[in-house]
Design a protein around this ligand. Structure first.
Ligand code: AMP
Ligand code: ZN
Ligand code: FE
Ligand code: FE
Length: 285
C-alpha cells in the first residue's frame, strides 16, 4: 500500500523543519506523496519540490488559508497551486503583512502585562514572512519566560488571554475562488476541530472540492462522519498530520496515512478542472 501526508508545515511558516528535514522524515515513513501547506505562503514549495524529486517522492504544492464563512472560522487548504500565480501571491503577501503586524501587537500586550519579551527576538526566531503564535511561544520559552510552549499558549496566546489577537480572515468564498484561479483545488481543513458542519453546504455551493477527513485531531468516528459527508456532497477526500516539526511533542508526519488512491483522485480532478471535457461539467466525479 502507498500512502500520502497532505498537511505539513515547514519553517517557511510555523513549522520547525527545513524542506530537507521534512522530506527526510517523509522518506523514513515511506510516503509516496506529500503536500506542503504552510500558512499564507507558497515560498517553501519550490525547495520542497526539489528535495522530493531527489527522494523520489511525489510533491503537491499547497497552502493553508485562514478564512471565514458567516463569521465562522474555517481553514482552507489549496492544492496543486501555481506558485507563481500573481493574484495568489499578491493576496497572501497581504496576509503575511498582517501576520507581522500581529506579532508587534501580541508582543506589546505581553510587554504591557510586565513580561519583557523583545519583539525582535520573535522575528529573529521566526525568520520567515508568515510568523504566528507558535513563534511568540518559542521566543517566550527561549527567553525563559514560560515553562514550556503550552504554558505560553495557556498564559498569553490562546483565545481570551492577554496577548490573543484575532487573525485576519479572508472570506471563504474569495479564498475558494483565489485557489481555483491559481489552478488549484480547495479543501476544508480539519472540519472536526471546531465542529462547524453547518457551513459545509455553503462552501460546497461556492465550489469546495474536498474535505480533510483524516487529521491528527480527528477520532476514527470523526473520520467516518466526514467520509460520509464527502460522499453526500461528492467531495474529494484528503488527510494529513498537520505536522509542525518539533514544535510539539514528536513530529506528527506519517502518523496520518492517506491511501494513495485518494491522491490519484485529486490529480484526476485537477486535470479535469484545467482541461474541462466539453461534454462534461469540468469536474472529475
Ligand atoms: P496562528 O496562525 O498564529 O494563530 O497560530 C496557530 C498555530 O498555533 C496553529 O498551527 C497551532 O498548531 C498552534 N497552536 C494553537 N493553539 C495551540 C496551543 N494551545 N498549544 C500549542 N500550539 C498551538
Ligand atoms: Zn500552523
Ligand atoms: Fe489549520
Ligand atoms: Fe495546519
Amino acid at each position: 500500500m502507498k500512502f500520502a501526508d497532505l498537511h505539513l508545515h515547514t519553517q517557511y511558516s510555523d513549522g520547525t523543519f527545513s524542506p530537507a528535514e521534512l522530506v527526510e522524515h517523509a522518506a523514513q515513513h515511506q510516503l509516496a506523496a506529500i503536500a506542503l501547506t504552510d500558512h499564507d505562503t507558497v515560498e517553501g514549495c519550490a525547495p520542497t519540490a526539489r528535495e522530493c524529486a531527489a527522494a523520489g517522492i511525489e510533491f503537491i504544492s499547497g497552502t493553508e488559508l485562514t478564512a471565514e464563512f458567516n463569521d465562522t472560522e474555517v481553514h482552507l487548504l489549496g492544492y496543486f497551486l501555481d506558485t507563481q500565480n500573481a493574484r495568489l501571491l499578491a493576496e497572501i503577501t497581504k496576509f503575511q503583512t498582517v501576520r507581522q503586524q500581529r506579532i508587534y501587537e501580541m508582543v506589546a500586550r505581553i510587554n504591557e502585562s510586565g513580561v519583557p519579551l523583545d519583539v525582535q527576538s520573535v522575528f529573529a526566531l521566526a525568520n520567515c514572512k508568515s510568523p504566528g503564535r507558535p513563534h511568540v511561544a518559542r521566543a517566550l520559552f527561549k527567553a525563559g519566560l514560560v515553562k514550556h510552549l503550552d504554558d505560553a499558549f495557556d498564559r498569553y496566546l490562546k483565545k481570551g488571554r492577554v496577548a490573543w489577537v484575532p487573525k485576519a480572515r479572508m472570506s471563504a468564498l474569495e479564498s475558494i475562488e483565489l485557489i481555483h484561479q491559481a489552478g488549484g483545488l480547495a479543501v476544508m481543513a480539519h472540519p472536526g476541530l471546531n465542529r462547524t458542519d453547518e457551513i459545509i453546504p455553503g462552501l460546497v455551493a461556492a465550489g469546495l472540492d474536498g474535505i480533510e477527513c483524516f487529521h491528527t485531531k480527528h477520532t476514527a468516528a470523526m473520520a467516518e462522519h466526514y467520509l460520509q459527508i464527502a460522499e453526500k456532497y461528492h467531495l474529494l477526500v484528503t488527510g494529513g498530520s498537520d505536522c509542525h516539526g518539533y514544535s510539539k511533542a514528536k513530529p506528527l508526519i506519517g502518523s496520518v496515512k492517506l491511501p494513495y488512491e485518494q491522491v490519484e483522485k485529486l490529480t484526476a480532478a485537477v486535470r479535469a478542472r484545467r482541461q474541462p471535457d466539453p461534454g462534461g461539467n469540468g469536474r472529475a466525479q
